[in-house]
Design a protein around this ligand. Structure first.
Ligand code: ADP
Ligand code: ZN
Length: 743
């Protein structure tokens, strides 16, 4: 008789084996109630195991099943184990991600409603009698006879109906049932959904769909490669997703759609809702604003196969869809797919893993594929399908790169925010009643030094990333190798003494715009505006309705938006993202310019993009300008290969944090030493350094970069060292496998 190995709920990660009572259908993934000391606890069955023979005592039996069926499917449980192993986190933390709080908590349960049902008409003589003797009962019968499905919730029959209904039940004229009601997140009708119909695909789209269908037809036992759908902005990727999703449903399977962030991809979500308007109740949208009750209901609807299309952000990758046929990952290159809390998984990578375990099709879509995915296509691990043209026959917008060094000269060394060229372009749009979007690149807090007259940025001679300015000790430092340099008094290239830190904020931009464009209606999107519920949506709606001329925002509005009346897009400071101490800086800049440019000229009118930069010749800017992803990828991959960065190695960050600076630093140094002792070959260990953002939320942070071709080898080595070391109480150590943030 196998025993159940149970992970007890709670932070301590207790795992115990329990005997399974006769006849109880316990399998891995079940939720169970178990005795723990003298209390009852809840837990999750991780596996069924053979009990050890020589235990010397009998295992305690578990009490009962909390749910009749396992809540975690075997596949998801396997994915969970993989995540724990790969990212070096506890299985408990992964189970917590797999089973949302709302589902795990015992207090939450389905909402039950008592409903009165009239199953058959009462015989006429009975009815006559009731009408005379008990008019209230007769009235209820009459109501029921005319109700939809001949049923009415008890509560809707009004006060005092209970007694009459009870009597009717006794006479066997009606029955009372308990039905589960769904707490519908969309019940307050946020917006009307207009049904739409499939479009006639163009040749490239049809070919792309065919590749997806071919994969869908592959029997589950056969391997199938993930598909990278590389389609330029406006090439109609979403239409391909929609038609592939419909075909998957037709095959009796379910569909999972991942988007970078629900609130930033409203149009994609709306298009799914519209296309599947005929089966609206089978579409579940998971977003962070769901109440616990709604989340509980949606989760169980998905689990039971009632919701057959699930749209959600990162964590929806764990949606318990049965018979999964297709996973779509929209904007697969987005960093928001990487979770920045434990478990620090990457949603796209877990999606690929899940597709593999489920034996289903996966499509990764992007106009700017991540180099990780692209390299996988070059190595033949993924298939690539291209949509090289915009659907409407429109050409991609013209991108002009504007040399801000010249502007800085005009403004006599002052901070140039708006070039004359961009100002004039804005004025033209306002005169023609067309709209503009201005982007402010605000990745991090740009602490690199740049010369305003020649554009020179202080770079590390060893790593080809920008050196970071540390005010504390007036030094420049490389965040990869630790190289240090003194802060130059003059530009090392052109001797201009104006070399300075980069940066200005959205408010400043708005101020400048208001001054130079007094007649324009200007709106700004920033973190404050985002916090209010629906504020972003209202603003975007106002923009759609052309009530705003110029929209100023950060890259958060660069994604997925489709405004046909926007003909001008400006990027005010394309450099900022470029000179952060991150090997993906160039890739992010390329992506940003390409995505942002994709917002221009999506209607009848032609689009123009103006990119303001101090480094007009930087490759990522030039390749983006020529819409040349392949050229960019080739050069960037060469650089990554040479310096052993992803996708040619896995890159992890180890960070120590503490309110005590010395203790954080000392801990990291100790870890560095221990990691270096008997380090397995193939792992390269960087220097322990202060983080670029050395103090955050009152905590001092020190970090160390680790690289290895084999992710698990690296994770195990770090876990091994961490397991043997006792950390000071006030120091937290974070291990981030496949890190996406280096600040
Ligand atoms: P992407 O997701 O690649 O940026 P979209 O899917 O948003 O592109 O498509 C851009 C626009 O083109 C949308 O308004 C969409 O309705 C339209 N579209 C897509 N495919 C077709 C098609 N085959 N025929 C006509 N219009 C299409
Ligand atoms: Zn360096």
């Amino acid at each position: 008789m196998p025993a159940a190995r149970v992970l007890i709920d709670g932070p301590s990660e207790l795992v115990f084996d329990y005997a399974i009572p006769e006849g109880l259908p316990v399998v891995a993934g079940c939720r169970v109630r178990v005795p723990l000391r003298n209390k009852t606890s809840q837990g999750t069955v991780l596996a069924l195991v053979e009990p050890q023979a020589d235990l010397g005592f009998a295992l305690r039996p578990l009490h009962s099943l909390s749910d009749p069926e396992p809540l975690i499917t075997p596949t998801l449980l396997e994915a969970g184990r993989w995540i724990a192993d790969y990212y070096g986190c506890s299985i408990e933390s992964v189970i917590r991600a797999l089973l949302p709080e709302a589902v795990r908590t015992e207090e939450n349960s389905a909402k039950i409603r008592k409903t009165v049902v009239l199953e058959k008409d009462p015989p006429p003589e009975v009815l006559a009698k009731i009408t005379k003797r008990a008019p209230k009962q007769a009235a209820i019968l009459a109501l029921l006879a005319h109700a939809a499905d001949r049923r009415i919730p008890l509560a809707d029959l009004g006060e005092g109906a209970s007694a009459s209904v009870k009597s009717l039940v006794k006479q066997e004229l009606v029955v009372m049932i308990e039905e589960e009601v769904r707490r519908d997140p969309e019940a307050d009708g946020v917006e009307e959904i207009l049904p739409d119909t499939p479009l006639l695909l163009n040749e490239e789209q049809a070919a792309a769909l065919e590749v997806v269908l071919e994969s869908l037809r592959t029997p589950p036992s056969e391997a199938r490669a993930p598909i990278l759908l590389y389609g330029v902005t406006g090439s109609g990727k979403t239409e391909v997703y929609l038609q592939a999703a419909r075909r998957t449903l037709d095959l009796g399977k379910t569909v999972l759609v991942l988007v970078p962030e629900i609130s930033l991809t409203p149009q994609t979500v709306r298009r799914f809702r519209s296309r599947f308007a005929d089966i609206q109740d089978q579409v579940a949208v998971l977003h962070s604003n769901l109440s616990q009750g709604e989340r509980f209901d949606e989760w169980h609807r998905i689990r039971k196969g009632k919701a057959r299309i699930v749209i959600g952000a990162r964590s929806a990758v764990f949606a318990p869809l049965p018979d999964l046929g297709l996973i779509l990952v929209d904007e697969e290159h987005e960093n928001s797919y990487k979770q920045d809390q434990i478990p620090r998984y990457h949603g796209r990578d877990v999606a690929v893993l899940r597709a593999n375990l489920e034996g289903c099709t996966i499509v990764l879509g992007s106009a700017t594929p991540s180099l990780e995915s692209f390299q996988n296509t070059l190595e033949g691990k993924y298939k690539i399908v291209r949509l090289p043209k915009r659907v409407d026959g429109q050409s991609l917008p013209l991108i002009r790169v504007l040399d801000m060094r010249l502007e800085a000269k005009k403004h006599k060394g002052g901070m140039a925010i708006l070039s004359d060229r961009l100002r004039v372009a804005l004025e033209q749009r306002i005169a023609k009643n067309e709209q503009s979007i201005l982007f402010l690149n605000r990745r991090g807090f740009a602490r690199s030094l740049q010369c305003p007259s020649c554009g020179q940025v202080c770079m590390c001679p060893h790593c080809s990333v920008a050196l970071t300015y540390h005010r504390e000790d007036e030094r420049l430092m490389c965040h990869i190798c630790g190289h240090q340099a003194i802060v130059p008094k003059k530009c090392p290239e052109c001797r201009d003494p104006a070399i300075a830190l980069q940066g200005f904020g959205t408010q400043k931009v708005e101020e400048v715009l208001a001054k130079v464009l007094p007649a324009a209606k200007i709106a700004r999107i920033d973190a404050d505006a985002m916090r209010k519920k629906n504020a972003l949506r209202d603003l975007l709606n106002a923009f759609q309705a052309r009530k705003i001329d110029v929209l100023v925002g950060t890259q958060m509005i660069a994604k997925g938006l489709h405004f046909p009346n926007v003909t001008l897009v400006g990027i005010l400071n394309a450099d900022i993202g470029l000179h952060v101490p991150d090997f993906r800086a160039g890739e992010r800049t390329f992506q940003l310019i390409t995505q942002v440019a994709g917002r221009a000229g999506r209607g009848e009118l032609e689009g123009e993009v103006i990119v303001q930069t101090f480094t007009p010749h930087s490759p990522s800017i030039q390749f983006a300008r020529h819409h040349d992803f392949d050229g960019f990828a080739e050069q960037e991959l060469e650089f990554r290969r040479q310096f052993e960065f992803p996708p040619f190695a896995h890159c992890a960050m180890l960070t120590a944090r503490s309110t005590h600076e010395r203790r954080a630093e000392f801990t990291l140094q100790t870890l560095h030493r221990r990691l270096s002792e008997d380090c397995p070959p193939g792992i390269s260990i960087g220097e322990p350094l202060p983080s670029p953002l050395v103090r955050s939320h009152g905590q001092f942070r020190f970090q160390l970069m680790l690289r290895c071709m084999k992710a698990r080898l690296l994770t195990r080595h770090v876990q091994g060292v961490l397991g043997k070391i006792t950390l000071p109480e006030d120091v937290t150590v974070v291990f981030d496998m496949d890190a996406w943030s280096f600040t």
